[in-house]
Design a protein around this ligand. Sequence first.
Ligand code: HEM
Length: 653
Amino acid sequence: MKTEPYPLALRGLLLLSIGALAVLGLGLVIGGAAAPLPLADPGPVVRLGQPITKLILNLSMATAVGSLVLASFAANDDERARLQPVASWSASIWLFAGAANFIFTYLSASGSEVTYGSQFSESLWLFATQIELGTLLAFNLGFAFLLSLSTIAFGGRRMTAVNAAIGIAGLYPLAESGHASSDSGHALAVNSLLMHLIGISVWVGGLIALYAVFRAGNERTQVLVSRYSTLALLAFIAVGVSGLTSGFIRLYGPEDIFSPYGLLLIGKAGLLVLLGIFGARYRLGAISKISASASGFWRLVGVELFIMGSAIGLGTALATTALPENPNEFVPPTPAELLTGDPLPPELTPSAWATVWDIDILWLSIALGAIGLYLFGVLRLRSRGDSWPIGRTLSWVSGMLVLIYVTNGAPNAYQEFLFSTHMVGHMILSMMVPVFLVPGAPVTLLSRAQTARKDGSWGLREWVLWAVHTPYAWFISHPLFAGLNFALSLVMFYYTPLFRWSTEEHLGHQWMLVHFLITGYLFVQALIGVDPQPHRPGYPLKLILLIGTMAFHAFFGLSLMNEKSLLLADWFGSMGRAWGDDPLTDQAVGGAFAWGVGEIPTIVITTIVVWQWSRSDDRERKRLDRASDRSGNKDLEDYNAMLESLSKTRDSR
Ligand code: HEM
C-alpha cells in the first residue's frame, strides 16, 4: 500500500494542535482561568503551564487509546504493526506531559515554588501519596508509564488489546479527579466523565491514527475508515450523552447557562454538532468516494481534526474553569451528605420503589446499547431470511430493563443509605438479571448475525468467540467453579473489607456491580445456558448445585437476620435517617431479602432445568424410536431375544 511520507501526516496534526491551543487560550480567557487568582496566584507560568500540559496529556492519551482500539478491532496484522509506533509515541508523550502536568498541578494547588532540594521531591511524593488529586494524577502517570513500555515491547494481537485495556484503565483516575471529585453527585460525575473520555479517545484518537498512517486512497483504507466510522458513531453518541450529563449536573439553575462555565459548555455543544455533520457526511457518501478522491477525503479529515482539537481545547479549559456558584455551598451538610456526598433520598415508601430514581448514565447507556446491538443483530438475521426465537429477544430485553432498574432506580437511589435495599439490588443483579439474559443466547446471535472477518482482522465476533474458548473461560464456566464462586462471593463480599470498599469508594461499587453480574451470569449459564459452552453437566448435578445454592442463600440470609452487630456500623448506623427501621432491623430485613429475593430466581431456574430435562428425555426417546424404526425395531428384537435367553437359562437351572 503506497502512503505519503509522515511529514504530510503532520499537517493534520498541526491543524489539530493549532485548533486545540487556540481554543484552549480562548476558553481560559472566557472561563476566567487565564486571569491571576485573587489569592496565592501561582504566577502565569504555572497558571498557563497546567492547562497546556493537561491539553497535551488529553491529546496524547486519546491518540494512544484510539490507535490501540483501532488496531484491536479494525486492523489486520500488517496494519496493526503500522499503528504500533503511533501508540507507543503517543503513550510516551502522555507520560512526559502527565509528569509536567503533575508538577504544575502540585505547584498551583500548593502555591509553592520549584526548589532543587530534596524537600521539593518529598513534597511531590506527599502530594502523590497523601492528596487525592495527586494520587489520581500519579495513577494516570503510572498507566502512561506502563503503556509506553508495553506498546514498545508487545505488538501481537492479544497484547495490543491488553494495551488498549491498560490505556482505557488509565482514563479512570482522570474521571475521578477535577470537578468530578467533589462529593455531591460524585457517582454520576465520575461515570459520565469516564464515558466522555473513553468516547473522545476512541473517536479523536482513532481518527488521528488513521490520518497519521493510512492516508491512501485504496480499498483497504476504505475498509478501515468504514470500520472506524462505526466506532466513531458509537463514540459520538457516548460523548454527546455524557457531555450533556456532565454539564447538566454542574449547573445549579437555568441562569448558570450564561455563566463562564455555561458558555464554554454551549461552545462545546456547538462543536459537537459540527462534528456530527462531518460524521454524517462520511457515512452518507464520502467514505465510498475515498478511492476516487483520496486527497479530497483526507482534506475533509484535516478540517475535522482542527474542530476536534478545538473541542479538546475547550474541554481542557472547561476543566480549569470555576464551576457556577453552588447555592447550597454554605448550608451545613447532613450526616448522610458527610458520608455519601449526597442528600438522604425521601422515605422509602412502597411507591418510592417505582418513583425514586438515581440515574447512572454509564449503566443506562450500557444496557440501552446492549438492547440496541441485540435488536440490530436480530434484524440483520431477519433481513437475511433467518429466524430468531422471539422468546430469546424478549428475555434479553427484559434482562437489560431489569439491569436499568437496579442500576438507576430505587435500588441504586437507596443502596448507599439502607442495607436492605443494597441487598435487594445485589440479589436482583446477581440472580434476576442473569436469569433473563442467559436465555437470550447473545453469543449465538453474535456469531450468526455478524459475518466472520476474512482479512485477518478481529471484530467483536472474533474476540467474543476467542474469549469463550480460552482456558480461563473453560475454568470459570465450569459448573462447580460457577456454583462455588456464586455462593462464596456473598460471604467473601459482606464479611471482608470488600464491603466497605464497595460502599465507600466509587470504583469499589463499580467493581461490585460487574463482579456480581458476571458471577450470576456464569452460574445461570452453567445451569440453563443456550449459548455454546465447554461443559455439559448432567441434570442431576445441576439440581444438586441449585439445591446447594438455595440452602446457602437461606443460611446466609438467616445468619444476617440473626446478626447482633451492624455491618459497617459507622456507615449505615450514622446516616441520621429519621424514617424507616432502625439500622439493625433494616439489616435483618436485608437478610430476609437475601433469602427471599434470592430464592425466587433459583425456583425459576430449577423449573427451567426440570423442563429442559424432560424435554431432553423426550428428544432422547424420540431419537431412540426413530433409530428403532429405521432398524425395523432391531433393538426391540434384540431386547426380546435377550430376555428369552435369560428365561431359558433360568429354566435350565
Ligand atoms: C455536547 C457537547 C459536550 C459537552 C456538553 C461537554 C461537557 C464536558 C464537561 C462538563 C466536561 C467536564 C469538565 C470539568 O471537569 O468540569 C468535559 C470534559 C471534557 N470534554 Fe467535553 N463535552 C462535550 C463535547 C466534547 C467533545 C466533542 C470533545 C472532543 C472531541 C470533548 C472533550 C472533552 C475533554 C478532553 C474533557 C476533559 C477535560 C479535562 O479534564 O482536562 N467534549 N466535557
